[in-house]
Design a protein around this ligand. Structure first.
Ligand code: GLU
Length: 266
């Protein structure tokens, strides 16, 4: 907690924000914005890590699929990031919120000066009561410096700003013992005390990654956050009101417990 305020990083992926066509899923996005605005109004410091730039850009440019080569991905991201932030700004404004775009690369967080610039800007945004919305700076990031996925990015951001929790919204309820799409006896794991080999293998999966909603990168994110003393919760973004249940203290999704209690100045 900072000044009595809980600080939570919420990560949302393209599957929540876009239809299979790549175009924006307006209903999902509006619901997300409404709930996050409400959580923010309740006194929580909200940070949103949002994907969607490449997918939305590709759709807007009329491409049949997400491009695979780097220059095309960068171009699509440049177009899509505008659409993404335009919509966020418009929708959050309806609820009286101020949003701030922050685009970062791995190098920004690995370099002491740049990391400190980033955290200083963050603290100022919190003082101004703004909601930072973060994405990887896809239009300049090249292979060597990319996080590659926003699960990892969200964990690095949570660590950097000393968040209390990391909430990863997914298209699956959490981590299952087996792939729930193939295995009827798959059970949701509600708490992971330690990310050991068995958890990594479930996530990376003998049953395959597909049905587990990209769980391997979520577990990796939970490891990064956990080492910094931050719990990670993976939950379904549908219905988005799951977030209210979570904020009300219900056990929902899978909670990856942090390794140690975080020690921060008050
Ligand atoms: N930064 C990418 C985008 O906005 C998403 C990366 C990811 O999906 O993890 O399209």
């Amino acid at each position: 907690m900072r000044n009595g305020k809980r600080r939570i990083v919420f990560k949302v992926g393209t599957s929540t924000l876009a239809h299979h066509t790549g175009r924006t899923n307006i209903r999902h996005m509006e619901e997300l914005v409404k709930v996050l605005s409400d959580i923010h109004n309740s006194g929580v410091q909200v940070v949103l890590v949002s994907s969607g730039a490449i997918g939305m850009g590709a759709a807007k440019l009329g491409l049949q699929a997400k491009p695979v080569d780097t220059p095309s991905r960068q171009a699509a991201a440049s177009v899509g990031q505008c659409e993404l932030m335009f919509l966020y700004d418009k929708m959050f404004s309806d609820y009286g919120q101020i949003v701030a775009q922050m685009l970062i690369t791995k190098a920004d967080l690995e370099n002491d000066t740049r990391r400190s610039n980033f955290t200083n800007a963050f603290e100022k945004l919190f003082q101004y009561n703004a909601i930072p919305i973060i994405n990887e700076n896809d239009s300049v990031a090249i292979e060597e410096i990319v996080f590659g996925d926003n699960d990892t990015l969200s964990a690095e951001v949570a660590k950097c700003i000393g968040a209390d929790e990391l909430v990863i919204l997914s298209d699956i309820d959490g981590l299952y013992t087996k792939n729930p799409k193939n295995c009827d006896d798959a059970c949701l794991i509600s708490i992971v005390e330690d990310i050991d080999e068995s958890i990594i293998s479930i996530a990376g999966g003998t049953c395959g990654n597909l049905g587990t909603g990209g769980m391997a990168t979520k577990v990796k994110a939970a490891q990064i956050a956990g080492e910094a003393g931050i719990d990670t919760i993976v939950m379904n973004s549908t219905p988005i009101t799951n977030l209210y249940r979570y904020m009300d203290g219900e056990n929902i999704g899978t909670r990856f417990k942090a390794h140690s209690q975080k020690k921060r100045e008050g």
